[in-house]
Design a protein around this ligand. Structure first.
Ligand SMILES: NC(=O)c1ccc[n+]([C@@H]2O[C@H](COP(=O)([O-])OP(=O)(O)OC[C@H]3O[C@@H](n4cnc5c(N)ncnc54)[C@H](O)[C@@H]3O)[C@@H](O)[C@H]2O)c1
Length: 362
């Protein structure tokens, strides 16, 4: 069953969108990818990739901006700086911007492309595991605001996405883990068959087995495709993909973004599962089964201690909250995630303290 699901995927994934249809093209030859960029494109590239790409790109005479990637670039200050640079190099309405980098470069460039001349074309070449398995599709753009994660943004998908798996050879172990952490939430939300696939291939993925990573990336995108095509603007089914994210974003905030997004999300999933267990939505066995997989994924990055009140405070500021309550995605089992509005944070505070005590006892 597992391999059947993994092998079904083609070399192209088409996404139907109310904004514009677009596609993900899997292409491992970077020179071939370059041929798809219009001659007057401006390339905005993660500075970490400069050495690797400079020679190849130089032949093409594109205008290039290099950016040091980090969560901090998702800011108004950086938007201001980049837009000034784009104006200086005479970007016009017909210019295509090409983003080459991970999720932070994507969120920044997508947002800028959406507001520049009320929207210019952009292409994305995701270069981290997280951006290849998740963020490259779905069309969300996000900027952090006064420390609140992804507070501002809109929907503005790229015209095309080129996934080149060779980029993944150089990502750090932490970013590999972060990518797998982010990826895991699709497999848990999808249901038991997909969870078992993820569980089975996790060890090989952590050991950088390229053939395995390629397959699980494609499956991950296929799961996300189903959700975003049904509910592109996050009103119904897609909300469930926020599983692990409310806690995850709060963890990022209280650690001043020192914990990578995907690692925060995987920890957030475990806390959401524990909360579900304590609220009697799942049994201890169900919690343990998921906890075991997340343990193997997170290893020493499992967050065992945090400032509970700060976490609650950050949760209260989450953009998904409605009318003063904290909106969480909890679970009644694999594939059975649901929205739960928590009106009384004291109960949640007790659960979070219990969570940390339980981990400390282990
Ligand atoms: N728009 C969306 O739908 C969406 C979805 C999920 C996550 N996100 C956002 O994505 C961001 C996280 O993305 P990320 O994990 O890609 O982080 P990132 O862009 O900061 O990249 C992580 C690190 O990897 C480096 N890097 C990039 N490509 C590399 C390569 N090929 N080899 C070696 N190093 C490389 C970067 O320089 C950086 O140091 C978060 O801000 C998150 O909120 C957005």
């Amino acid at each position: 069953m597992g391999d059947l699901l993994l092998n079904k995927i083609q070399n192209k994934i088409k996404i139907t969108s109310k904004i514009k249809n677009y596609e993900v093209i899997f292409e491992n030859n970077f020179d071939k990818i370059l041929k798809n960029f219009p001659t007057d494109s401006v390339l905005i590239i993660d500075k970490n990739l400069k050495k690797k790409l400079e020679k190849k790109i130089r032949k093409k005479k594109f205008k290039i901006l290099y950016i040091i990637a980090s969560e901090k670039i998702k800011s108004f200050e950086k938007i201001d700086e980049i837009i000034k640079k784009l104006i200086k190099i005479s970007v016009n309405k017909t210019t295509t911007v090409v983003a080459i980098g991970g999720g932070t470069i994507q969120d920044l460039v997508a947002f800028i492309s959406s507001i520049f001349f009320r929207g210019i074309d952009w292409i994305f070449v995701p270069t981290t595991l997280l951006s290849q398995c998740d963020s490259c599709i779905g069309g969300k753009t996000s900027i952090n605001f006064y420390g609140i994660k992804n507070q501002l943004g809109n929907f503005y998908p790229p015209n095309r996405i080129f996934v080149n798996f060779n980029f993944l050879k150089d990502i750090s172990n932490r970013d590999l883990k972060a990518g797998l952490g982010e990826m895991s939430h699709f497999y848990f939300v999808s249901g038991n068959s997909d969870f078992l696939i993820f569980d089975r291939y996790l060890k090989e993925a952590l050991n950088r087995r390229q053939d395995v990573i390629k397959k699980i990336i494609k499956r991950s995108l296929s799961i996300k495709k189903k959700f975003i095509e049904k509910d592109e603007f996050d009103k119904k089914e897609r909300i469930l993909l926020n599983y692990g994210h409310s806690f995850g974003h709060a963890i990022e905030k209280i650690t001043n973004f020192k914990i990578p997004h995907g690692i925060a999300v995987a920890n957030g999933m475990n806390i959401a599962n524990f909360t579900s267990f304590k609220m009697n939505y799942i049994s201890k066995n169900q919690f343990n089964k998921m906890n075991d997989t997340l343990d193997r994924l997170l290893g020493s990055d499992k967050l065992k201690k945090f400032k509970t009140d700060e976490l609650i405070k950050a949760l209260k500021k989450d953009k998904k909250n409605l009318k003063g309550s904290i909106r969480l995605i909890l679970t009644k089992g694999l594939g059975k995630m649901f929205v739960k509005n928590i009106k009384n944070p004291n109960k949640l505070r007790d659960i979070l303290i219990d969570y940390q005590n339980t981990l400390r006892r282990k």
